[in-house]
Design a protein around this ligand. Structure first.
Ligand SMILES: [Zn+2]
Length: 127
């Protein structure tokens, strides 16, 4: 597992997911093997915010030929179009670290190769 893979899983946790699972297609399905990543959130019916337990359950899933790509796609699906809980700008997930243009239109969650994590745009240089 690569640092980016682990960081992407942590990113899913940071969105308030109650559970996360990664798996692959049945051998009997034939080639190619397809990896999937799926997570479950429980939202407060009143506010729509994720709750640590209970709430109205919602699932998301993404698939790819490589496991890391599956998790990154799930991050994209879940984070793109959300709202940053810190700066309230629309959130954009970028699987790499090139964010120059996107920084102008929202809060970009991008890969930080030095810290080996995904950092939000409004985080600045604080640890
Ligand atoms: Zn932000």
């Amino acid at each position: 597992m690569t640092p980016k893979f682990l960081a992407a899983v942590q990113m899913i946790e940071r969105t308030g997911a109650q559970s996360f699972r990664i798996g692959w297609s049945d051998e009997d399905d034939g080639e190619p093997t397809v990896w999937y990543a799926t997570a479950t959130w429980g939202r407060d019916p009143a506010t729509g915010r994720p709750m640590p337990k209970g709430g109205r359950l919602a699932h998301e899933a993404a698939a790819a030929i490589h496991p890391e790509q599956a998790v990154l796609r799930l991050c994209e699906q879940v984070i793109d179009g959300g709202e940053c809980s810190h700066c309230h700008l629309p959130t954009i997930f970028v699987p790499d670290s090139d964010t120059e243009v996107l920084d102008l239109i929202g809060c970009v969650y991008a890969w930080d190769p030095e810290l080996e994590t995904f950092r939000r745009g409004c985080e600045g240089d604080e640890p």
